[in-house]
Design a protein around this ligand. Sequence first.
Ligand code: SAM
Length: 276
Amino acid sequence: MAGMLYLVPTPIGNLGDISQRCRETLEAADFIAAEDTRVSLKLLNHLGIKKSLVSYYEHNKAYKGNVILERILAGETCALVSDAGSPAISDPGEDLVKQCAEAGITVCAIPGPCALVTALSISGQSTGRFCFEGFLSTAKKSRREHLEALVGESRTMIFYEAPHKLMNTLEDMAAVFGPERPISLCRELTKLHEEVVRTTLGEAIEKYTANPPKGEFVLVVAGAPETVKEIPTADDAAERVRQLMDHGLSRKDAIKQTAQELKLPKNVVYDAALNI
Ligand code: SAM
């Protein structure tokens, strides 16, 4: 009988955040697949767990994925951990989950630390609707294209960012979203120097120009304000029909076109245009 894949979240800074269930799963697994075996070994030593580790990371995942899959199909249980946080979220692991799912292997995700959820909850931004945008590209052109595609996004947007790329990202965001757009910069979450700066893109640029950023960041950017759509009135419809008729359209065609343009039912436009 096939084994199972467990996704085991690990602390994003505070070792106290490892849960009892995560410990037990790591202890019970036949082997642990880790993004960086040295990082995970430190955690396992802290927990007093001795277990066989295999590396599974971006550049060996195509080959190692198959090895792991075969072991699970042969009946072993694998616990997947990343360097920190929830495996498969901007981490290697996404592909392994797909591979296992396709092979009919049961995948169990244990809830736990995740940088994006921690940042969103503490951000002070709207949490009702949000989108996670992961890491922006290091290449300026694709970074700008990614941001430009989000110009009309009204949900709160969450990005992961490294400190050395933060200034370029803030400048591009200010150019695309405007310097007044609110942003919460969530830094070193759950660690000694945890900090949440709730400000605007323009002010964030000033702050970090004066004090270069350090540590890991999650950026939580407010969505674009919803634009209030004006509902066209009967007078608007009548006026547009009149204009179109002045331009030579028949009454019937002018009503049809006005209904399409103003997204009104044809009979409403017809009634509005009765007196023309
Ligand atoms: N899978 C992990 C998760 O969702 O929690 C994230 C892994 S991703 C490779 C690493 C990024 O997560 C960092 O560059 C940073 O943007 C964010 N991050 C991780 N730990 C953090 C922390 N303690 N404080 C702020 N951001 C953090």
